[in-house]
Ligand binder design. Structure first.
Ligand SMILES: NC(=O)C1=CN([C@@H]2O[C@H](COP(=O)(O)OP(=O)(O)OC[C@H]3O[C@@H](n4cnc5c(N)ncnc54)[C@H](O)[C@@H]3O)[C@@H](O)[C@H]2O)C=CC1
Ligand SMILES: O=C(CO)COP(=O)(O)O
Length: 316
């Protein structure tokens, strides 16, 4: 039995993929609505939820699952863990979110470890749109767990015919790649939204990736993790596809059009957290800093561009 906490787009898509492959899944939904009756999710309107998914609003139903996927936004993860500590403690908890907690400046794995020290934390991350997973399209992800025996077990449990899961013990690299790529995707969206061109986007992706590598390495990540699915792979997807909410948010910022306030956009809060981390560690993160200032409404797109272009010339 696999538990999934959070019935938004990603949690529901993972539940669908696992249930289609024959696993028993309990899906906990805070905003359950009529999902259990209609077998439909407002986040994935084109897909019917398989019978193998037990949809519940009672966290006690998660107790039977040794492995629980946590698919709530990164800024809600700590609250969800704290509020449900009795039901989640001592389980294999797989974070399925991408971001850095603004208050503690920790990624999802470290957040689990600090909040529920008896749990075994892991993270599932990498290039994957919920809509693609729910439709059964082929997807490759990274499962990171510091304990490789548990990691192997999780890899087996969560892989399906269309969901191919790779494994690493580098939880820091995996969680930072997933968190940071969202910040760079906002920057790329801004460039395209403001009609700065594809060349500008390529420059932001590359220099943004340099920032991702710089920060991740200082925080203890292994360099090869950043060039894997959880880093470069997800960066490529999110910076180029209008299916990405972070990219679309950037498009709207760049074009000066309206932004849906209900949309989950992890990169904004993460850019603020990353800027603080960079300041604490004395690391130069100019693209992240510009995204933080833009998303706070502190600077215009023109100023953001000038900030980046007027920096001293340097070696690559
Ligand atoms: N949608 C996608 O394609 C993908 C999303 N992700 C990650 O998955 C995470 C969740 O994103 P989505 O599912 O897309 O977002 P979503 O906005 O579709 O769903 C978020 C869900 O979390 C629940 N939630 C929020 N705060 C909560 C709280 N305090 N307590 C309980 N439940 C709460 C909401 O009710 C909602 O069901 C994000 O970190 C995102 O980066 C990762 C890969 C793909
Ligand atoms: O993380 C994702 C793809 O891997 C989803 O990206 P968005 O949160 O930008 O939609």
């Amino acid at each position: 039995m696999i538990g999934v906490v959070g019935a938004g787009a990603f949690g529901t898509a993972l539940a669908i993929a696992l249930a289609r492959d024959g696993r028993s899944v309990t899906l906990w939904a805070r905003d359950i609505g009529d999902m259990a009756q209609t077998r439909r999710s407002p986040r994935l309107p084109d897909v019917t939820l398989p019978d193998g998914i037990n949809i519940t609003k009672n966290m006690v139903d998660i107790a039977a699952s040794e492995t629980v996927l946590l698919a709530v936004p990164a800024q809600s993860l700590r609250d969800v863990l704290t509020a449900n500590a009795t039901h989640l403690d001592a389980k294999q908890l797989v974070a399925c979110c991408k971001g850095i907690d603004l208050e503690t400046l920790t990624g999802p794995v470290a957040t689990i470890a600090r909040t529920l020290p008896n749990a075994m934390p892991a993270i599932l991350t990498g290039p994957s749109f919920a809509a693609d997973i729910a439709r059964g399209l082929p997807t490759a992800l990274t499962l990171a767990c510091a304990d490789d025996t548990v990691g192997q077990n999780l890899q087996q449990q969560l892989s399906t015919g269309t969901l191919r899961i790779y494994r690493t013990t580098d939880t820091i690299g995996a969680e930072l790649g997933g968190a940071l790529k969202n910040v760079i995707a906002i920057a790329c969206g801004v460039a395209i939204g403001a009609s700065l061109g594809d060349s500008a986007r390529a420059a932001l992706m590359t220099r943004g990736f340099a920032e991702m590598q710089r920060l991740a390495q200082i925080l203890g990540a292994e360099p090869q993790t950043l060039v894997g699915l959880s880093g470069l792979g997800d960066l490529a997807l999110t910076c180029t596809s209008p299916l990405s909410r972070n990219y679309r948010y950037g498009l709207a910022l760049g074009a000066g059009t309206a932004i849906d306030p209900a949309m989950t956009v992890e990169g904004a809060a993460t850019s603020w957290a990353v800027t603080r981390l960079g300041q604490d560690r004395g690391i130069d993160l100019p693209v992240c800093a510009v995204v933080a200032a833009l998303t706070r409404g502190e600077i215009s797109v023109e100023t953001a561009l000038q900030n980046l272009l007027s920096r001293p010339l340097k070696e690559e």
